[in-house]
Design a protein around this ligand. Structure first.
Ligand code: GLN
Length: 276
């Protein structure tokens, strides 16, 4: 039935996640045991969750769980489901910043579920990691994830288009962001499970100003990134050139990097010293 919404392979993997999460049992073991006994309570829960899937709801919201860098993060409709691309960005950042000896001061702008700062803080416990988001609900979830996973992250509520929460003395070595970057006109390409459930404010930007968050991040860097600092961004594959030209005035080096699907997905900027 689920394969009316997803292709066969995806439907199978979604069902597997649903069964394993709900029943806490290996899916293939379950499928091979005709005598498996399921309590009324569990079968009712399974039925309710299955109905949610049939309404196009992403399995991560149904189970309240999304995996990022090998850890389970709680998610609901107030935060974006962490994407593989973002996981790829985090692993690139970890390998680039591996040589940094001193404890780095890091900020993630528009943190959502908190998957970026929580992962960085757990992988590099001596880094001082902060994160902000405009959404109170998102910050509550990020704080919960940080606590549940025993990370040490400072969260602040702020609007990057009109930042007020950071004092001018607050300078960072590294600023990271995966801001909204999908244009309104690209909505037709987006599947219903994303469009109907994920927070639009975390995804969409106007067609006539698709880089508005990148501009805002750029001016934030002028006041809050150390002169030796680095800026790591996830970008819309269509705007590699636009993002590069936006930041090439500010940074000596701007690299547009492709993701595993060979789409221009990241902009890594360094040697900020030029403009100071
Ligand atoms: N990569 C996300 C998607 O495809 C978009 C994330 C974003 O806008 N920052 O839905």
């Amino acid at each position: 039935m689920l394969n009316t919404l997803y292709d066969d392979r995806e439907a199978e993997s979604i069902l597997r996640v649903l069964y394993e999460d709900t029943l806490d049992i290996d899916f293939y073991f379950l499928a091979s045991d005709p005598n498996y006994f399921m309590s009324d309570l569990l079968s009712e829960l399974l039925y309710q969750r299955f109905n949610r899937l049939m309404k196009n709801e992403p399995v991560q919201y149904v189970t309240g769980k999304s995996y990022f860098y090998g850890r389970a993060f709680f998610v609901d409709e107030s935060v974006l489901i962490p994407r593989n691309e973002t996981e790829e960005m985090v692993s690139k950042i970890l390998s680039i910043e591996i040589l940094s000896e001193q404890p780095l001061k890091i900020l993630d702008i528009g943190t959502g579920s908190g998957c970026i700062p929580v992962t960085l803080s757990l992988e590099r416990p001596n880094w001082q990691v902060s994160a902000c988001d405009i959404s109170r609900k998102a910050l509550d979830i990020a704080t919960r994830n940080s606590r549940d996973l025993s990370a040490k992250v400072t969260f602040l509520q702020d609007d990057i288009l009109n930042p007020r929460a950071f004092s001018p003395e607050n300078l960072f070595d590294v600023i990271i962001s995966n801001p909204p970057y999908v244009t309104e006109e690209e909505k037709v390409l987006i599947k219903h499970n994303v469009l109907d459930y994920e927070p639009a404010a975390a995804l969409f930007v106007p067609d006539d100003d698709p880089l508005k968050f990148y501009r805002a991040i750029g001016s934030f860097c002028k006041n809050h990134l150390k002169s030796s600092g680095r800026l790591y961004l996830e970008i819309n594959e269509r705007f590699g050139d636009g993002v590069a030209s936006l930041f090439s005035d500010m940074f000596e080096k701007v690299e547009i990097i492709s993701d595993l699907h060979n789409k221009q997905r990241f902009a890594f900027c360094s040697s900020y010293s030029l403009c100071r």
